[in-house]
Write a protein that binds this ligand. Structure first.
Ligand code: PMP
Length: 404
């Protein structure tokens, strides 16, 4: 499939912004959505809408079947063993809060320790801090080298006999670094420690096999991987999920309710209280099909070409500093240009039609570690073109000339 054929599936890419053709380079924050996903949402509303799991009537059964077909799709996508291991959430954030509250809350004890990394998104920091108000455990932090790669020797040295959990991002949303999850998991498992993986920035770019990674939990968001907003996935090993208490209470997650005692539903429904976003869940299947039809081979090779090309052109600009230079890196480029405030760069690029993100990217501890306030971040998806990379570089040169 050509990149133009891929682009033609995304109507928004044809629009202009501030009188210029849109160059959308904020894919790390959210990707755009192909027509087939939006059509699936339409189809759910126009043809199949009824509440799931409740009705004996045909329409409700159809909606339920579409939701559950999507769960099976996600199971295959991640190569999970069973659909009991696939829990639908509102996104990565809710998935990580679920793990912290339910798994962390039921397994951690006062005096225990968990390990995070300095490159975590706030979504993989704050839920653990909230839990610290209930349990007095310690958070230890893995640092990075000058390329933005985790220091695995230092990681190994953080383990003690009180270490209970590691929670780590698969791909950094600032540095682009692809972390060696299998190695990180093996090191933890050899000490009997469980591993949670934040996959929000991985699934848009690379094939994930949860059995090959041997991750105990794996979380991601649909809206960053061409799917609808408002839903995400938590994968968890069945035996762990089985032993965890529910995260929220309500309809759908119960077996039998009396005022004296309530029993809970089987997996995965035990963790899905209330009416789920069954419309978005059904449409997520189309995003997975879009990725399968496009293929991760093409996504990875095209994004790698965009990354290499754009990085080389950016480094021609005097005073350019790129944060995150790992050889194994997703197409995310965080940068600063000497003499230019990141916010001004972003605002002026927008005037020229180029959408990039500025600021701390919900990774303030990483910014503190790097000794900066924020960066400008350009991030690519499979529908971006080398011509857009050129337009970005031309706009960036103009902006830098203006600001200096
Ligand atoms: N983790 C990482 C690495 C992310 O990049 C993001 C989104 N920026 C999140 C978690 C949170 O995802 P969401 O807002 O979709 O829950």
């Amino acid at each position: 499939m050509s990149i133009n054929e891929i682009r033609s599936q995304f109507p928004i890419l044809d629009r202009s912004v501030n009188g210029r053709p849109l160059v959308y380079l904020d894919n790390t924050a959210t990707s755009q959505t192909p027509r087939r996903v939006v059509e699936a949402i339409d189809d759910m509303y126009f043809a199949h809408k009824a509440n799931v799991h409740r009705g004996v009537f045909a329409l409700s059964q159809e909606a339920t079947d579409l939701q559950e077909a999507s769960r099976e799709h996600v199971r295959k996508f991640l190569n999970a063993r069973s659909t009991a291991e696939i829990i639908f959430t509102r996104g990565t954030t809710e998935a990580l809060n679920l793990v912290a509250s339910s798994f962390g809350g039921s397994t951690l004890r006062d005096g225990d320790e968990i390990i995070l990394t300095v490159m975590e998104h706030h979504a993989n920091i704050v839920p653990w801090q909230l839990l610290q108000s209930r349990i007095n455990f310690k958070i230890k932090v893995v640092t990075i080298n000058e390329r933005g790669e985790l220091d695995l020797d230092q990681y190994r040295s953080l383990f003690t006999d009180r270490t209970r959990l590691v929670s780590v991002t698969h791909v950094s949303n600032v540095l682009g670094t692809v972390n060696p999850i299998r190695e990180i998991v093996d090191i933890a498992h050899s000490r009997g420690v469980r591993v949670v993986v934040d996959g929000a920035q991985a699934v848009p770019h690379l094939a994930v096999d949860v059995q090959a990674l041997d991750a105990d939990f794996y979380a991601f968001s649909s809206h960053k991987m061409y799917g609808p907003t408002g839903i995400g996935v938590l994968y968890g090993k069945e035996q762990l999920l089985e032993n965890m208490p529910p995260y929220q209470g309500g309809g759908e997650m119960i077996g039998k309710v009396t005022f004296e005692k309530t029993t809970f539903a089987e997996l995965p429904f035990k963790f899905e209280a209330g009416t789920p976003d069954f419309v978005g869940i059904a449409a997520l299947a189309q995003a997975l099909d879009f990725i399968a039809d496009t293929s991760y081979e093409l996504i990875a090779s095209h994004e790698h070409e965009l990354l290499q090309y754009t990085t080389a052109r950016m480094l021609e600009i005097p005073g350019m500093r790129i944060y995150g230079t790992a050889p194994d890196k997703a197409a995310v480029i965080s940068f600063l240009v000497d003499g230019c405030h990141h916010y001004d760069v972003g605002m002026l690029l927008d005037q020229l039609g180029v959408a990039v993100r500025t600021g701390h990217h919900c990774a303030e501890p990483l910014m503190n570690y790097l000794g900066i306030e924020g960066t400008v971040r350009a991030s690519f998806a499979v529908y971006n073109t080398l011509a857009e990379a050129d337009a970005f570089i031309a706009a960036l040169n103009r902006v830098v000339a203006m600001l200096r």
